[in-house]
Design a protein around this ligand. Structure first.
Ligand code: PEP
Ligand code: CO
Length: 448
């Protein structure tokens, strides 16, 4: 297929999974028109730059670190929350860059991760059934009939919250906050006391020494954007196609179409049907595209999707994000890798060790165990090394806050601790300390 029979609305004649039955269709039309008229959130030039970096990661010359909330919430669109998430990603990136001796591409699940696919359209609690929460861009998480009603004005709210988040992210990453000579100040008080916090301090000390040396020999490090600025990219699941197509714009420079709601988009495990609307929409935009792959995939379908989404087999276009769970990764990943390699497809392999390792704890919290997460990552690295392919990235649900949502790690969070600060509106996230701990453990894998 070529771009010729594609338009930003061509997906409408394909079956679309996980869409919302908005009650007021007239209002929906107005809202989508308003979003269409508003400025793009990101620029084609930035997206192209990210594709170049991802192309290097595909070849093993860089590493992708993607992370953030499972579902961002509007009320958390605050400078401190955004700064803390960015900070933990920057800290992890420093650890991984130092160990892996290659650039780390930083991509947040941020500034637009407001819509969720759900395994059931209905949630029941104590015998009461209500529509599921589908993300702040659709309805509210509170368990009441009023809150769970889809409201399309929330699409517009989503646009403005994304714009506001992006604005502060750009200020943080360009305005000196993310400058490498502040590497010490990214460490958080509650993490500093821990073993990981101390290891991080040592690493930051080494980096500061190197920077001081550069200054001593006469280099003006303030004038080096590589040191004083950070490229921080945004991503979310391209789920609500009305919203995504309203933000799809033609680049005046190249004439190509880009979905300017985020730099990178991914297609979920539940919505990547080869003849479905999501694949149809994404084939026409030139952003880098992540494809989530769970254990129940059909490998022939994956190949067909790769053909459709990347007909020119360009490097940096496709990120295959495998999320098999620690029990299935060993039996499922090798054959997928062989199939994709034999097929000759250029893909960046990334590991999402979160979505295959979710379970309900005895105290009835949806959680994940730190050791399971680590085990899937270890298998991911080992299998890729054995197959001669590149383990090129990781994908986490995390927050910069001191939450108690995932069990384990050096903090030894137990089931009975989960209630202390369980704050997610969707899936359980790694807290800042668990995230940093994982970065150190992954850095050992990168060194080998
Ligand atoms: C997610 O990343 O939040 C998600 C729903 O993932 P998946 O499509 O892999 O289940
Ligand atoms: Co999730």
């Amino acid at each position: 297929m070529t771009d010729i029979d594609w338009s930003k609305g061509s997906w409408k004649s394909f079956p679309a999974m996980q869409q919302v039955d908005w009650p007021d269709k007239n209002h929906l039309r107005q809202v989508l028109q308003q979003i269409t008229d508003l400025p793009p959130l990101v620029f084609a030039g930035e997206i192209r730059k990210l594709r170049e970096f991802l192309s290097e990661a595909t070849k093993g010359n860089a590493f992708l670190l993607q992370g953030g909330d499972c579902a961002e919430e509007f009320y958390e669109c605050k400078a401190p929350t955004i700064r803390e998430t960015m900070k933990v990603i920057l800290q992890m990136a420093v650890v991984l860059t130092y160990a892996g001796e290659k650039p780390v591409i930083k991509v947040g699940r941020i500034a637009g991760q407001y819509a969720k696919p759900r395994s059931s359209p209905i949630e029941s609690r104590d015998g009461v059934e209500l529509p599921s929460f589908r993300g702040d861009m659709v309805n509210q998480s509170a368990f009441s009939e009023e809150a769970r009603k889809p409201d399309c004005s929330r699409l517009l709210d989503g646009y403005f919250h994304a714009a506001s988040s992006l604005n502060i992210l750009r200020a943080f990453t360009r305005g000196g906050y993310a400058s490498l000579d502040r590497v010490h100040s990214w460490n958080k008080e509650f993490v500093k006391q821990s073993k990981e916090g101390k290891s991080y301090e040592e690493l930051a000390f080494q980096i500061e020494k190197a920077l001081t040396f550069m200054k001593v020999i006469g280099l003006d490090t303030r004038k080096m954007p590589q040191l004083s600025e950070v490229n921080f990219y945004t991503s979310h699941e391209a789920l609500l196609l009305g919203y995504e197509s309203a933000l799809t714009r033609q680049d005046s420079l190249t004439g190509k179409w880009y979905d300017c709601s985020a730099h990178m988009l991914w297609i979920g495990d539940r919505t990547r049907q080869v003849d479905g609307a999501h694949v149809e929409f994404l084939r026409g935009v030139h952003n880098p595209i992540g494809i989530k792959i769970g254990p129940n995939h059909d490998v022939d379908e994956i190949k067909r999707i790769l053909d459709i989404l990347n007909p020119e087999n360009e490097c940096g276009r496709i990120i295959l994000i495998t999320r098999f769970g620690k029990d299935k990764v060993d039996s499922v990943l090798p054959s997928l890798i062989r199939n994709v390699s034999d097929f000759g497809a250029n893909v960046l392999w990334s590991c999402d060790p979160m979505h295959g390792n979710t379970y309900t704890s005895d105290s009835n919290y949806k959680t994940r165990n730190f050791n399971d997460i680590l085990q899937e990552i270890r298998s991911f690295f080992e299998i890729h090394h054995a197959e001669g392919t590149v383990p090129g990235g990781v994908h986490f649900e995390l927050t910069g806050k001191d939450v108690t949502e995932c069990i384990g790690g050096a903090q030894e969070i137990k089931d009975h601790h989960l209630e202390n600060n369980y704050a997610t509106s969707c899936d359980p996230r790694l807290n800042a300390q668990q995230s940093l701990e994982l970065a150190f453990l992954i850095s050992d894998l990168l060194k080998r």
